[in-house]
Each structure stands twice: as C-alpha cells, then as structure tokens.
Design a protein around this ligand. Structure first.
Ligand SMILES: *[C@@H]1O[C@H](CO)[C@@H](O)[C@H](O)[C@H]1NC(C)=O
Ligand SMILES: *[C@@H]1O[C@H](CO)[C@@H](O)[C@H](O)[C@H]1NC(C)=O
Ligand SMILES: *[C@@H]1O[C@H](CO)[C@@H](O)[C@H](O)[C@H]1NC(C)=O
Length: 603
C-alpha cells in the first residue's frame, strides 16, 4: 500500500508528466462549469486548484424539498428525475406522512457527473436553518427552503483542472441498457486486484516480457469474455503500470483533467457567490460576492430545468393516513404550493417555468432599488443553451427532460467582494409581495412557536419528560420525541452511534422512566414504536412496541410532526421569479394577458 507521502510525490510526478499544471495562469476562479470530459454528458464541474480529501468544494447551497407532488394515482411529469436525492437522506422525512419526497439541490450538485473510476467528491447533507425567520414576526416565513449550506466534500485528491465526480449509485447505470458493459463501482477494486496478481507473477521479468504478456493476456481474455470487470482493466501496458503503481483511477485522471487555460476560455466560473444572512430584514439567507466583480462579469451560469405547465407541477398535496377508513391507506388533499415555485423563473403570460441550477443562484434575493445583477440568455450552443428553444411552445418541451436553456447572471455595476447580490424579480413579484405583507396578520398562537430543531437547542441537556409528566405538562403539538435505538444481536439496544445525521430519525418513542446518576448523567427507559423492518439479520418485522432500558439523553430528540413546519403554513408566500419581458419570446406566451392578475393570486 502507498503511504501518504509517496502518494503526494507520485501525484505530483504524474501531474508534471501530463503537464496539466500551469504556473502562467493567474487563478481568479477556483471552480468552473464547463463541458464534461465524459462524452455526451453535458456540463461538468472542474476544480482549478488541487484539492485534497476533506476539503470543501464551493460555498454550500440550498436543497429544495419537493413534497407530495404526485396525487397518488397520477405521477407528474418531472424534469428532475435524474437530479434529485431521496428526501429522507437530506433530512426531509418528517415534513410529510407519505414517502413522496425528493430533494433537489440546485447548486453545484446538479452539475457534477459520475465517473465510477474516479469518484472524488461526496455530497454533505444540508444544514437545517430557517434563516432566522419566525412565523410570528416575519411574513416571509415558510417562503424559503430551510435546507441550506449543503456542501460537496473531496474524497480523493483532485489535481488542478480535474473534473469532479460523485457516485450516482450503481443502480443508475444498471438500469440504463447503454451502460451494460460499463464497469460498476466494485469492478475497479476487482480489476486492481487482478492487476496486482499479474504484476506479482511477472515481477522478476524484464519490461519487454511484462508488456507483451499483458497485451497477450488482454487480447485473449477480452476475446472470450465481455465483463464489466474486464472493461475496468487498463488497455495498454503503460496504463497498467500506472494503475499498479498508483491506482486505476490515475489511468483515467489525465483524460478527466482540463488545462487551466482551456477552463478559463471555455468555462464559467462558479465560485463567485457564497451564502450568508441577508442584509434585508426578514429575507432569510442571501448571496454574497466572494471577490471583486467588475461590471459585466458573468457571475455564474445556470442551466434551466423546464416545467412546461407549472400549474401541474406546483400543487403540494397532503397525503395522510386515513383514520376513518383503514382500507384506504392514504387520503390526499391540496395543501398549498411547492416552495420550489419561489426558486424558478416564469412569466405571467406563460405556463412555462424555468428552474435554474447554478452555484448560489438560489440565494440571490429580490430588490428593485439595490439590484446589481441581471439575467441574460447564455450564448447559443454554450452551457446547454439551445436558442431554437426560444421558438418552441411549452407544449413541445415535454419530450426532453434535460436542460436546454441557460441563463447568465451578469453584474450590472462594479460589485465589491462581500457585497450582497440582488436581482430584480419584476413588478409582478413586487406587487404580489406587497399585497402579501398587507394581508399578512400576526397570529398570536404562533408567538411561542418553536420548531423541533430549536427545541433540541434550547432543551439540549434538560431532562426529557416521562409520559406521566407529559399528561400534565405536555410538549407542544408540533413536536414529538424520537429515540435512537438499534437491533444488536436480536436485542433492541440504545444505539452506540449518536451523531444524528440528517438522514437519521430514530423511532417514535416515549419515556417511561428517568434516572439521574450521581455524576449527573440522565439515563432513560423508553417505549419505542418500531417501524416496519425488513432486514436479513433479524427476526423483527414490526411495527411493534418495545421497551428499551439504559438509553442516554443524547439518544432522544425532538422532531417536527409532519405538516407542521413553516412550509405548510396557510397563506405562505409563493411566487415565481419574473423572467424579464424582453427575454420571453411570443412562442412561450400561451396564456391570455388578462389572466395576469388571476395568475398572481392563484399561482
Ligand atoms: C457551511 O458548511 C461548511 C462545511 O460543512 C461549514 O464549514 C460552514 O461553517 C457552514 N456555514 C454555515 C453558515 O453554516
Ligand atoms: C484518453 O483519451 C484518448 C483520446 O480520446 C483515448 O484514445 C484514450 O484511450 C483515453 N485514455 C483512457 C485511459 O481512457
Ligand atoms: C429593498 O431595499 C430597500 C433598501 O434597503 C428596502 O427599504 C426595501 O424594503 C427593499 N425591498 C424589498 C422588497 O425587500
């Protein structure tokens, strides 16, 4: 195995062999969006600097929950199929009761490709942060996604100019016939193992022998078999040597790396924007310039997912367990509109909605007087922008799911590093916001509202009430308790791992007993309602009630009750961002002008 020092040396040697390091280029951007090195894969993200395991890439971005979109029987046409994460993994499980939840993380994440030989980044879960908006004080509460600052973390050294690759899961490739001979994630370690045995057997032979033996071996085994693992083996002896001395990924690294000059010329910088708390009171998060951006700078580029008929996509149903009729498991009713609407661009005379994915664009707030950024169409043929789409009606767009339109976000004046960025979302948005504020009333019941995340902070070390105490001193209706327990050797035990990742929810529970030990430690006995379990290593199936003892305080947490977060409040603000009139071709205007006002109030 390679030691760390050796790795660094060899990586540097390799970089100089393929001369992808350039000292002449002044680096004014650490991260680019540009054509992927994977043929026909569209855009990718490239690092302009070397990055090492543990480094963060980019500045964090939002994840938008898409909740109860499908009304059970009909599945809505969805352009995000290849781009979303399971909502549960991103911390969204308890927003609703049904399993219909997806997390769209429209920052860098959407543009990172997958090259199974060279996985070098992983997504870190977003942080739950409501932007200090409180439902009693702020009319904007519930109008922003609280899933924020999801980052991308380096897992394998990326050379300057290297493309970023994340793991899509083998299933992504397994289920697509065009990839049926592509090596999957476990094929590379296997191929590495084969190579290592080959080199062990020929170690005392000279290079000419090794080389011809390798070539012969490849020709003969490939004529007999076509397997994913064989396809992971390097083609030439020189590549095999690189793979043996470093690892197989290093064989593919040169082709997955672009020169800095090339990136500067053909790429778009995607690290000019970082999130922070907006300077506008009540706006939540905002976008800030990471460096001086002279007037005319393309601050970021953003491909657009298209939703041809926004009216189909935007309702948020509310599917809930039907207490009256056990046969009909879930009932559903319209509960409002998807918060996604607030992050997409539209026009009052069109059903078309365009949802951008670009680093930081989801954080750019509206302000007509402070606007310092505008949007323009990207150049034809660049960044997935196909100008023929400006001549297509929304109805013709259903046949394509990938992004075919793209916007550039351009500085309209010199912007200093650290300044907040603002767009003008248009008059329709401004009017809708003003009328929302006029209609908005402070709800006295909301004055003491605390979401589960706040409860956990405030109550971090306070004793948890037992079920008897809860009878006369109940917790608020919007939170419930969950316990982190696990099955260990067919016994339910408190979990030993208590980091409560965004994707961990434990099980619903109540406290039956509480003990305070001499050192002040709180120890609990809890009754847990398990969920259905389908695991090969246990006889438990659930759901059932179980008693577990010796549970530490940290294994018990508050979680929001489904449908109780700000996103579900009645009358929360929903309005698309206005696409400037001069960017909207007549072909897209499929709604009558007079529909404008109705549009504003209804959608
Ligand atoms: C965002 O996440 C990064 C990396 O996890 C962390 O270093 C940073 O402090 C976070 N920022 C905020 C505002 O939470
Ligand atoms: C790198 O790209 C070149 C040119 O397309 C190709 O011939 C070569 O096989 C590629 N190398 C690897 C290891 O895929
Ligand atoms: C825009 O900014 C100005 C100045 O800070 C502020 O008074 C105004 O309320 C802002 N408008 C909106 C819609 O937030």
């Amino acid at each position: 195995m390679l030691t760390r020092t050796k790795w660094t040396m060899t990586a540097i040697q390799l970089l100089s062999i393929f001369s992808i390091v350039s000292v002449a280029v002044a680096i004014e951007c650490d991260l680019y969006m540009a054509e992927s090195t994977i043929p026909n894969a569209g855009l990718g993200i490239f690092s302009a600097i070397e990055r090492n395991p543990g480094d963060n890439v980019g500045h964090g971005d939002i994840c938008i929950p898409i909740l109860d979109l499908n009304n059970y029987h009909k599945k809505v046409w969805n352009p995000f199929n290849d781009y979303v994460w399971a909502g549960e993994v991103m911390g969204m499980k308890l927003e609703i009761e049904s399993a219909d939840k997806e997390a769209l993380c429209p920052g860098l994440d959407c543009a990172i490709n997958c090259n199974l030989a060279l996985i070098n980044v992983a997504k870190a879960n977003p942080i739950y942060d409501d932007g200090h908006l409180h439902r009693y004080l702020h009319p904007g509460a519930g109008a922003i996604t609280p899933y924020h600052n999801g980052t991308t973390v380096v897992t394998r050294t990326i050379p300057a100019g290297g493309e970023l690759f994340k793991f899509y899961g083998d299933a992504w490739f397994n289920t697509r016939p065009v990839f049926n001979s592509l090596p999957l994630s476990h094929d590379y370690p296997w191929a590495q193992h084969l190579l290592n045995s080959f080199f062990a057997r020929v170690q005392h032979k000279d290079k000419a022998f090794k080389s011809s033996a390798y070539d012969e071996l490849m020709v003969s085994i490939r004529s007999i078999w076509n397997s994913r693992t064989l396809n992971a083996l390097p083609t030439t002896f020189d590549e095999a040597t690189v793979a043996f001395e470093h690892d197989i990924g290093m064989v593919y690294q040169p082709n997955a790396t672009r020169s800095l000059q090339w990136l500067e010329k053909h790429g778009k910088c995607v690290d000019h924007v970082s999130p922070g708390q907006s300077t506008i009171e009540g706006a939540g998060h905002g976008a800030f310039a990471t460096r001086d951006l002279p007037k005319g700078t393309v601050i970021t580029g953003s491909p657009l997912h298209h939703i041809p008929i926004k009216e189909n996509f935007m309702p948020m149903f509310r599917a809930f367990h039907n207490q009256d009729d056990v046969d009909e498991k879930l009932k559903s009713e319209v509960a409002g509109q998807q918060v996604l609407l607030n992050y997409c661009l539209g026009h009052p005379e069109s059903t078309l909605l365009l949802c951008p994915y670009g680093a930081g664009v989801g954080y750019i707030n509206h302000n007509q007087t402070l606007a310092n950024v505008k949007v323009i169409w990207a150049k034809n043929g660049q960044f997935s922008h196909d100008a023929t789409w400006l001549k297509k009606g929304p109805d013709e767009m259903f046949t394509t799911q990938s992004a075919r339109l793209a916007l550039d976000y351009v500085a309209t004046r010199d912007i200093a590093s650290g300044e907040e960025l603002f767009l003008d979302y248009g008059d329709a948005w401004e009017e809708a916001w003003n009328s929302h504020i006029e209609k908005w009333k402070q709800d006295s019941l909301a004055e003491n509202y605390l979401g589960a995340r706040n409860w956990n902070e405030v109550m971090a070390s306070s004793p948890i009430r037992t079920f008897k105490e809860v009878w006369y001193d109940p917790y608020p209706q919007n939170v419930h308790l969950r316990c982190h327990v696990d099955i260990i050797e067919d016994e339910w035990e408190p979990s030993s791992k208590l980091d409560w990742d965004a994707g961990e929810y434990g099980f619903e529970c109540e406290v039956t007993e509480r003990r305070i030990e001499a050192d002040g430690n709180q120890i609990y006995s809890v009754r847990v309602l398990t969920e259905e379990i389908d695991r090969w290593d246990t006889e438990f199936e659930g759901p059932e009630l179980l008693d577990v003892d010796n549970v530490p305080r940290d294994a018990i947490r508050f979680f929001d009750v489904p449908f109780s977060s700000d996103l579900f409040m009645e009358g929360t603000f929903r309005h698309f961002i206005g696409l400037p009139d001069h960017l909207v071709p007549n072909e897209w205007k499929n709604l009558p002008k007079e529909a404008k006002n109705r549009q504003n109030t209804e959608l």
